[in-house]
Design a protein around this ligand. Sequence first.
Ligand SMILES: [Zn+2]
Length: 210
Amino acid sequence: MTTTPANRDETRIETTMNGQPDPTDTRHARIEAAVREILDAVGEDPDRDGLRDTPSRVARMYDELLDGHENDPDKHLEVTFEHVHDEMVVVRNIQFHSMCEHHLMPFFGTVAVGYLPDERIVGLSKLARVVEHLARRLQVQERFAYQIADAIGRVLEPAGVAVMVEAEHLCMTMRGVKKPGGNVVTSAMRGLFRQRAATRAEFLTLIQGQ
Ligand SMILES: [Zn+2]
């Protein structure tokens, strides 16, 4: 059993724009025009001092926030090692920030990942990189959880994978639907975590420790 907090500084991924359908300039121009239109539509003056550079700032920000759309999350798991024992591996408290695809607003929180190795294991920080990668696309929390589980399942072919995501959604808390700090919890269980209650319970106990 291995439990480790993930260091966020180690989990940042490169923000190059390889593989994007539009050249960067074209994409920026389209986003800038769209943001300018929104500012105008909500009754703002897009040319006033504070807003003049907002469309280009938003365009450049999306380069970073949404660069996980086009690239392959499996690449972070390519380097694997033969394992020497078959106990559960758990990485908890992996911090993430993503964007809700329903409102284009942030949701953020923590992910816990567990798996039961079959023949291969992966460096622990790589699990956090997969989380970070999949956060950088428009998401819904349920799909975020199972995309993480599926990437680990695809590459490592473990006996089971468990993913638990706990997050606050600004589209809910800023609109008063839920109190600030009210969290949404979703999970994805595969293999033995789905089939065996005891395995699931062991995972849940490990991720609840401080
Ligand atoms: Zn939302």
